[in-house]
Design a binder for this molecule. Structure first.
Ligand code: UD1
Ligand code: CA
Length: 472
């Protein structure tokens, strides 16, 4: 079935205390609204209309895409009013799904079951909450007015719930209505043609003086359209973000869900409560991840990989058998098989390591290709370089790639040995099998197979005496 999707995102989010529009706050590295748009896209809708208001310009800019239309709601006169602004942009699809831009974690399957429940009319996504304060309550026949439920219950069976008759907002609700625990998530699927008609009949005659979308329920019943519900299996699926505390809570829910999925796929996590995935992490077999690691963007780990504690990996691919030791930071990098990275290593964008490479503590690699079996085990900077195979880069070695304006390349041939504390002033080439004496500053090509060094001669001054304090 083809769908229109409307995403309501005009609300201000005062309680976030932020200059950033609420729906642009990130959860797991992705804005709330982006989560909702991604869920909408997974349903392959005919159109997606985002209703903006507060910070509308910023929201439009952040979300601009060919498949997304924007409607401006100014001023914000309620959820019904918000949907009205989207109506002129709706596609021809028979059913319109209404989502909230600040409810980021509704699973695709839950949305599908809602849309399925609307196949014979309209359907509302509801949830049972222990504390329903603030939410609209689902009023069902028999529940409040002493009416009997529409479907008679057989003795001894739990009576089936009555039909939905209306939704009452918390602020408009009586004490008896406030006792209802089934709440309106706000997410609903509605026949498009009827929706347009019902919206035109809404009034704002209520405590808040708003046009309530929820008031379409009695209008549907009056038109003989069935009003069904789908129940979200977990409260978090329909939880919205109104404050930083709620944002943090949903972040933890989402991270727990990701950790559970990783465990189920066979990944070993030292502590499922201490891993953060802000993007996509895909793991081969027998991957072990220690505590407090953060994965951002697309991270692909092959088989038999160990990630030590407190590592940050962003857009990284690592091949089988590699160990990344504690406190390493890898970004936009590729690491071959059986490498050893860290502890305290930094791979910056464009670092490409072949297999069996060792990058040790306080070594920084940027935009450089490093050949198989090469090692830089301590305190080095390798930037804009091509390093061959089995090269040994001594402690304190620096490629001086930058003259303050331009960057230049350093090329080091296979099997070269760079003595400790060498500075290689690019552009410069070190030949295969060359040795560079410790402490050298290399500004010209160093030939292969030979020892090159630049070093002041060591002197000892026999006549020298230590300074004496002058007597005054
Ligand atoms: C609405 C429902 C309530 C439900 C609750 C779930 C109505 C009348 N009430 O409450 O039954 O339990 O959601 O959270 O529909 N928005 C706009 N424009 C507006 C008003 C709201 O775009 O003029 C958007 C907000 O940005 C938000 C969503 O609609 O994404 C819900 O608004 P909010 O004010 O949080 O909900 P209520 O109207 O109080
Ligand atoms: Ca409101």
């Amino acid at each position: 079935m083809s769908l229109n999707v409307i995403i309501l995102a005009a609300g201000q989010g005062k309680r976030m205390h932020s200059a950033l529009p609420k729906v642009l706050h990130p959860l797991a590295g992705k804005s709330l609204l982006r989560h909702v748009i991604d869920a909408a896209r997974a349903l392959h809708p005919a159109c997606i209309v985002v209703v903006t208001g507060h910070g509308g310009e910023a929201v439009r800019e952040a979300m601009a895409a060919p498949d997304i239309a924007f409607a401006l709601q100014e001023p914000q006169l309620g959820t019904g009013h918000a949907v009205m602004q989207a109506v002129p942009l709706l596609g021809a699809a028979a059913t319109t799904l209404i989502l909230y831009g600040d409810v980021p974690l509704t699973p695709i399957d839950t949305l599908k079951s809602l849309v399925g429940a609307a196949s014979g009319g309209m359907a509302i996504l509801t949830a049972e909450l222990d504390d329903a304060t603030g939410y609209g309550r689902m009023v069902r026949s028999g529940a409040i007015d002493g009416e009997r439920p529409a479907s008679g219950a057989i003795d001894g069976e739990r009576p089936s719930p009555g039909r939905i008759t209306r939704i009452v907002e918390h602020k408009d609700a009586s004490p008896a209505e406030r006792a209802i625990r089934e709440v309106n998530s706000g997410i609903m699927a509605v026949p498009t043609a009827y929706l347009k008609d019902w919206l035109s009949k809404l009034s704002n005659n209520n405590v808040q003086g708003e046009y309530y979308l929820t008031d379409i329920v009695p209008l549907a019943l009056a038109d003989g359209v069935a009003v069904e519900s789908a129940t979200a299996p977990h409260a978090w699926e329909v939880s919205g973000v109104n404050s930083k505390a709620q944002l943090a809570e949903l972040e933890r829910v989402h991270q727990r869900n990701i950790a559970t999925a990783l465990l189920e796929a066979g990944v070993t996590l030292a502590d499922p409560a201490r891993i953060d995935v802000r993007g996509l992490l895909s793991c081969g077999q027998d991957v072990r991840i220690d505590v407090n690691c953060v994965f951002e963007g697309d991270v692909v780990l092959g088989n038999d990989i160990v990630i030590g504690p407190n590592c940050v990996l962003k857009n990284v691919r690592i091949k089988a058998g590699t160990r990344v030791e504690a406190f390493s930071h890898l970004e936009d990098a590729e690491v071959g098989a059986h490498c050893r990275i860290g502890p305290y290593a930094r791979l910056r964008p464009g670092a490409q390591l072949d297999e069996h490479v060792h990058i040790g503590n306080f070594v920084e690699v940027k935009k450089s290709v490093i050949g198989a079996g090469s090692k830089a085990n301590h305190l080095a900077y390798i930037g804009d370089s091509e390093v061959g195979k089995k090269v040994n880069i001594g402690a304190g070695t620096i490629t001086c790639n930058y003259d303050g304006v331009n960057k230049f390349k350093t090329i080091i041939g296979d099997g070269a040995f760079i003595g400790s504390d060498s500075t290689l002033v690019a552009p410069v080439t070190i030949g295969a099998g060359a040795y560079i004496g410790a402490g050298s500053t290399i500004t010209k090509a160093a030939p292969g197979g030979k020892l090159t060094l630049t070093r002041a001669k060591q002197l000892t001054l026999d006549a020298w005496k230590p300074p004496q304090k002058k007597s005054s």
